[in-house]
Design a protein around this ligand. Structure first.
Ligand code: SF4
Length: 344
């Protein structure tokens, strides 16, 4: 994992990103509410860095990754890539942008065309983006397979002839074909055996070291992102509730939700006692979110004021590089930290 360089300008800045899905009812499909899948999400990623994005299923992390790439259109906010707001890009600018921003999917098989051989699939990407044609494209296909740990004679095989780990290597090769600067890795190892998971994570780290690629690495399991991430952001019900360096987050978690997620990570030593925090209740519906702090119905540390106070993500006093959204922590931005919910 590369050393974190705080002086580097962000490659990607996500500001107050929103993706709300309308709920329509009745004969005239009147909008009666919204599912706030991503609500006011802000973070930055520096060049060559990996930001882990973690949370339970349905918390909005995959929607965040896809909204950044405009695979789904965000409802609001800004996504600055190298300083330019790509949400304002039109069709041709977006097409050019695809060379720089790529995605690796959780299920590589469903994202690979079963009717194309590996060689045809990768050549198509190279030709569509005008990167290489003919013999040059064939040569580049061989190089890409080599880079991701596959053999050149795999060129004539179809996706169904590969194992799960090999298919994920193909997904990585396809993303790499356009020489991207930024890749959203959307749960790239969740569907793989544990032994294969570490191989794919090691491959992604090696590629980052070699090509300086920046990653947003999405996972539902904190143990998966620990070794690849420089920083980790934790999401709950469409919002980021904590963000810090990986080391600080794992050693000194602040938000009660992060503490609960960390307590669920299996301990390899059978003699060490696990202090698992079991959260009561289900994740609330994003259609009907709780008042005040969204986490209060499940929070083991909740106070009465948590039902009415909406905490804001803010830097904590003891470490300005560590941000948390919880009223329990004094922050360096006292006026901005929490707002009393207006009741009508
Ligand atoms: Fe728990 Fe209150 Fe902090 Fe929310 S604001 S995480 S309910 S203590």
């Amino acid at each position: 994992m590369p050393e974190e360089d705080l002086s580097t300008e962000p490659l990607l800045s996500v500001r107050q990103l929103k993706k709300w899905f309308p709920i329509r009812k009745g004969f005239f499909s009147k909008t009666v509410g919204h599912v706030k899948a991503v609500d006011d999400v802000t973070f930055q990623i520096r060049k060559g860095e990996t930001l882990g994005l973690v949370g339970e299923s349905g918390c909005g992390k995959t929607t965040t990754g896809r909204a950044i790439l405009r695979l789904i259109e965000p409802t609001g906010g800004e996504v600055l890539f190298r300083g330019e707001n790509i949400l304002a890009y039109r069709k041709e600018e977006l097409r050019q942008l695809r060379k720089h921003l790529q995605i690796i999917f959780q299920d590589p098989y469903s994202s690979l065309n079963p009717r194309l051989t590996v060689g045809q699939m990768l050549s198509e990407v190279l030709m569509v983006h005008n990167i290489a044609h003919g013999d040059e494209a064939q040569k580049r296909v061989g190089e890409l397979l080599d880079i991701v740990g596959l053999q050149k004679d795999h060129t004539n095989r179809y996706p169904h002839e590969f194992s799960g780990g090999q298919r994920q290597r193909l997904g990585i090769a396809r993303a790499l074909a356009v020489n991207p600067q930024f890749i959203v890795c959307d749960e790239p190892v969740s569907a793989l055996d544990v032994s294969i998971q570490s191989q794919i994570i090691n491959l992604l780290q090696d590629l980052q070291d070699e090509f300086g690629i920046t990653y947003l690495f999405i996972a539902h399991d904190l143990s998966v992102v620990e070794h690849i991430s420089n920083r980790v952001a934790v999401m709950y019900l469409g919002k980021i509730v904590e963000i810090a360096s990986a080391e600080d987050l794992y050693e000194n978690p602040k938000h009660p939700y992060t503490k609960a997620l960390l307590s669920a990570v299996p301990i390899p030593d059978p003699n060490q006692k696990s202090n698992r925090i079991v959260l009561t209740g289900d994740v609330p519906s994003p259609v009907n979110v709780p008042s005040g702090c969204y986490f209060h119905p499940r929070c083991p540390e909740a106070k009465p004021e948590c039902k009415t106070t909406v905490p804001k993500l803010a830097r904590i006093m003891e470490n300005p590089a560590h941000e948390v959204s919880c009223i329990l922590y004094p922050t360096s931005e006292p006026d901005f930290k929490a707002v009393k919910e207006e009741t009508t």
